[in-house]
Design a protein around this ligand. Structure first.
Ligand SMILES: [Zn+2]
Ligand SMILES: [Zn+2]
Length: 174
């Protein structure tokens, strides 16, 4: 969805949109499906450019880094961004005017892509790595079965000799 910034005058533009971000726009190694983002922001004219303030709420499913199981995820991000036309190539001094903002975003042809904003904020909010649980046992290196499930497979467990030595010390059967 594109927002036309050229016609924002005295009245602020209120946006409340739900977008569905496809995994390929995010990190397909981490995301297990589309992420739904609610963009609830207000854009008002500012000098220079516009100011966008509000929040984004994300809901989706991620993949456990060990077993690839699905882990529900949600997050909320506040945004406070100054929108500036890209054409007006910013000089250093000009940028200093906007230090009260958290971020500056350059827009081309007065057109703001809500999708781009949602993708960027979601990538910022998303953890690099999630586990379905702290003790996730991961997958069998031989057959790929999910070892969190009882009797997942009967592959022989190859134990690294260094860990076997540790297991002996702790008295656990190896
Ligand atoms: Zn897991
Ligand atoms: Zn196996």
């Amino acid at each position: 969805m594109k927002i036309d910034l050229a016609h924002i005058e005295a009245e602020p533009l209120r946006i409340d949109e739900r977008l569905e971000l496809p995994p390929e726009r995010l990190d397909p190694a981490v995301v297990a499906g589309p992420v739904e983002v609610r963009v609830h922001v207000e854009i008002r004219s500012a000098s220079p450019g516009q100011r966008m303030v509000g929040r984004l709420t994300m809901n989706g499913v991620l993949r456990c880094a060990r077993c690839l199981g699905v882990v529900p995820w949600s997050a909320e991000e506040e945004v406070a961004v100054r929108l500036l036309p890209r054409q007006a190539a910013p000089e250093e001094e000009e940028l200093e005017l906007t230090t009260d903002d958290l971020e500056v975003r350059f827009v081309e042809d007065d057109e703001l892509s809500l999708m781009d904003v949602a993708v960027e904020q979601t990538l910022l909010a998303m953890p690099m790595r999630v586990l379905c649980r702290e003790s996730c046992a991961g997958v069998c290196p031989t057959c790929g079965a999910n070892l969190n499930e009882e009797g997942a497979c009967s592959c022989p467990r190859e134990i690294d000799p260094r860990w076997a030595a540790l297991a002996d010390i702790s008295g656990k059967p190896s």
